[in-house]
Design a protein around this ligand. Sequence first.
Ligand code: NAD
Length: 311
Amino acid sequence: DKPNCKVVLANNIAKSLLEEVHEGLKNIDRKPLLVGFLSSSDPAARVYAEWTGKTCNENGFTFELRETDRELLEDALLDANTDPAVDGIIVYYPIFGSRQDQYLQQIVSLSKDVEGLSHRYIFNMYQNIRFLDPHNTKKSILPCTPLAVIKILEYLRIYNTILPYGNRLHGRTITVINRSEVVGRPLAALLANDGARVYSVDVNDVQEFTRGEGLRKRRHEVVEKPGWTLENCLPLSDVVVSGVPGEQYKVPVNLLRDGAVCINFSSERNFKPEVKEKASIYVPAIGKVTIVVLLRNLLRIVQNKIEEEAE
Ligand code: NAD
């Protein structure tokens, strides 16, 4: 007997998101320009840059790659910030591999930051502030990889649309294995802000992110779960999202709830093929969705700009 797990590929999810992006582009009278700055010697950065370029060109956006000596990057970013032809800026990291990289992240203008890495955007995300203006016309930008996971959960109907926007994960329990500042922690916060009970697992401990019973709190709060491990979290979880780097790490499939939804965002496979014996849905990779989310962010930035010009 074969198990009944549905494997959902990122490509199919990306396609449905692209339709939304194409619709949005119809209301804009030009091709938005995304400029990528490549100063990183990491070959993965170049691959990501090429992949961004390809996805842009195929979908009605213009992409320009600027290979810049890292010592000149700061000035190059300041020029792009003030150049009206440039709609969005993406910088490929790591560059210095130190706090200087965070400094450079904060140089990119808020109005061009398609990656959602500016302090204001990150602050809004953690504080559950969804709009940039008091009239709620301009949506805040969310970081691409965490947002890609959310778009996948929407596609899979884990978000319950019968509930109001902002509460659609109420009743869901989700484990996120990874608590990096770029993916795991923002993801846990976003999911909890949308109403889920989230177990955030890293190499040291487990934390619980929730808006409290009955979602009474306006934004998530975090508590330590002393002594907890995956043995406590996985049997309780409707959804398991894993992003541990390295070939070695494997989520213990035996602890999964029967019918759990499993999503891997690590560049290595965090789930062994046996995951299909237990899971109802398995998403083995998400990279293609992340790139489309980047284009969606660029579109949003252009829409915000048009909104601003109309005011
Ligand atoms: P990172 O090294 O900054 O963080 C790794 C996280 O995993 C940490 O929180 C660490 O504590 C945790 N971890 C490590 N070993 C663990 C263990 N045994 N048990 C539990 N937790 C453990 O990495 P990152 O930047 O968050 O990236 C993680 C992975 O995601 C990488 O493979 C990266 O390539 C991938 N990634 C994918 C996308 C995408 O769109 N697909 C985007 C960004 C990153």
